[in-house]
Ligand binder design. Structure first.
Ligand code: Z5A
Length: 211
């Protein structure tokens, strides 16, 4: 496999979707063939799982169902989209991947991290080469997300939930500082895009592809 997997992570309203295009353009300008995808989602089955995941009608589902749902979607995503693309030599840019499960289901829902790691080993043995974590204060992110319209099932969680998610993300970044690059997403969008592209450039230079 010559392709690389790059993932974008962050809390609500962090600006992942807004940064994704800039990263895609940057990769394309270097002649890199890139597949853009997202989780939950990326396949027909994954998109259906995403609708279930975000539907406020299922507010009462237990943490175990939620965890298995995101990994069911991921199993399909890895096999149907990610592995074939990497095998073709394409790069994959994914809006969220396994770190989101450690943050939301681990930090947010309190699911044991060993349980998540077991699922990851089983279902998602392909690891991200570079992860950009867009980090910002909870209030700021929720205000941005709220301006878009009604809350989905996860956005309806309380402040303490999102603090746990943020702290779980930051903890992972502290544990894997080379892979997970933290970007201050409280800045104006153009600055966030510039910072994200600078991290991507540094990664490319490290591979020798950026010269
Ligand atoms: N989830 C999970 O629990 N476990 C898992 O394993 C996975 C996911 C994979 C869907 O994810 C949900 O799935 C998510 C976690 C859970 N929780 N929820 N809800 P998602 O990533 O698809 O959905 P999201 O987190 O709701 O994404 P988002 O709120 O759309 O965030 P975003 O893509 O980072 O933001 P955006 O759409 O680019 O920007 C939001 C708004 O803010 C928009 O109006 C922008 O114009 C504005 N914005 C963005 N950046 C800026 C800056 N810098 N300044 C000012 N305004 C800005």
């Amino acid at each position: 496999m010559n392709g690389r997997l790059i993932t974008l992570e962050g809390g609500e309203g962090a600006g992942k979707s807004s940064v994704l295009d800039a990263l895609r353009e940057r990769l394309a300008s270097r002649g890199i063939d890139v597949v853009v995808t997202r989780e939950p989602g990326g396949t027909a089955f994954g998109e259906a799982a995403r609708r279930l995941m975000l539907d406020p009608a299922f507010a009462g589902i237990c943490a175990e169902s939620e965890l298995l749902l995101v990994f069911a979607a991921r199993a399909q995503h890895v096999r149907e989209r990610i592995v074939p693309a990497l095998a073709r030599g394409q790069w994959v840019l994914s809006d969220r991947y396994t770190d989101a499960s450690y943050a939301y289901q681990g930090g947010g829902r309190g699911q044991p991290l060993e349980r998540i790691a077991t699922l990851e080993t089983w279902v998602a043995p392909v690891h991200a080469d570079l992860t950009l974590l867009l980090d910002l204060p909870i209030e700021q992110g929720l205000a941005r997300a709220g301006a878009r319209g009604p809350s989905d099932r996860i956005e309806a969680e309380d402040h303490a939930f999102f603090e746990r998610v943020r702290s779980a993300y930051r903890q992972r970044a502290a544990q894997e500082p080379r892979r997970i690059r933290v970007i201050d997403a409280s800045q104006p969008l153009e600055s966030v895009r510039t910072a994200a592209c600078a991290e991507l450039d540094a990664f490319l230079s490290g591979l020798g592809a950026g010269r």
